[in-house]
Design a protein around this ligand. Structure first.
Ligand SMILES: [Zn+2]
Length: 328
């Protein structure tokens, strides 16, 4: 696939382009809710361009790890866009494998924009034993691992946390199991991340469809035979969406959804905008440093300075070890 058409203004010393702005008229970095006509099926589609490129290129992740983190960011956008008021949705994976922890979060700000961030912890020695192209199962999926979804609606509302085993061949499968088990909502997802072959920039995207309640709230969903057929068709059509469509900057999500569901009729709603965001700040890092012992501080000091990098965005913060106590 040849996509290109990105607005490249800067390059790194080794010639890699840095994307700072979306190209003119870009329809990247949005979540598009939709509904299939005549069915109790709702869905959302996500497309990430510069947002996922900025997040993934902040660290030198091995390609297969970056790909799954890209998918996790798509999942965070799909779930986070449920928020109606400012709040935070966090998705975290924990395993004993070569990627012990991965996290992506979506913060709905006062500006109405969804701010995404994420990072992955890597056990490099373990990862080396998995060969060049480790599978999802190898990297993340394992019986001892779990995925946790936390919804922090902010304000007075209560925090919610749900957990599901990381068993499955893909993150999409794990998420579908989560919705089935925790919310009794039949769901199917497609999550993708990959590099633009022309620019080398990361792109990511996905689609989620869900069958809504037919019974009373809190009771198992009952599907009629006709409803079953409809639901199966909706999932099958979603499956036909290819990477070259889901990640293609030239193909906006409306057109993609129309391609998939025009026979039944598809209604799209206003999109939610997405940006790369981070909540790191100096005061919080200082508070953390103040809890360390003198020994730890001495270990961290290099050339008379302590530099702490944000795990998410990799921004560096410098501290004078002698002045820690007095700095407010
Ligand atoms: Zn940060």
């Amino acid at each position: 696939m040849l996509w290109g058409a990105l607005n490249v203004t800067d390059r790194t010393s080794d010639g890699r382009p840095i994307v700072v702005a979306d190209p003119e008229g870009s329809r990247d970095n949005e979540v598009r809710p939709f509904q299939i006509e005549g069915m109790d099926v709702r869905g959302r589609a996500v497309r990430l361009g510069t947002v996922v490129e900025q997040i993934l290129s902040a660290h030198a992740y091995p390609e297969p790890v970056a790909r799954i983190l890209g998918e996790l960011l798509v999942l965070a956008a799909l779930l986070g866009s449920i928020l109606k008021e400012p709040g935070i949705v966090t998705i975290q994976t924990k395993t004993k494998g070569p990627v012990p922890m991965m996290v992506a979060d979506y913060e709905l700000g006062q500006d109405g924009i969804g701010h995404l961030r994420g990072y992955a912890d890597i056990d490099a020695d373990k990862l080396d034993t998995y060969g060049k192209n480790p599978s999802f199962k190898g990297l993340i999926g394992s019986k001892q691992g779990y995925l946790a979804l936390t919804i922090d609606p902010g304000g007075e509302a209560e925090r919610y946390q749900g957990i599901v085993d990381l068993t499955g061949d893909s993150l999409a499968e794990v998420a579908a199991t989560y919705f089935q088990n925790s919310e009794q909502t039949p769901s199917a997802l497609k999550l993708m991340a990959g590099r633009d072959e022309v620019t080398g920039h990361w792109r990511a995207g996905g689609i989620m469809v869900q069958h809504l309640s037919r019974g009373e709230v809190g009771r198992a969903r009952i599907l009629s035979p006709a409803g079953e057929d409809d639901w199966r068709r909706v999932q099958m059509l979603m499956d036909t969406a290819e990477e070259s469509e889901i990640l293609n900057p030239q193909l906006d999500l409306d057109t993609l959804l129309y391609r998939l569901y025009h026979e039944d009729g598809v209604r799209v709603f206003d999109p939610a905008r997405l940006q790369k965001g981070c909540r790191c700040d100096r005061a919080r890092l200082l508070a953390m440093l103040k809890t360390f012992s003198e020994d730890d501080i001495a270990h961290m000091t290099v050339d008379g300075e302590i530099t702490v990098n944000c795990q998410f965005c990799n921004k560096g913060f410098g501290f004078d070890p002698a002045g820690l106590a007095s700095e407010a």
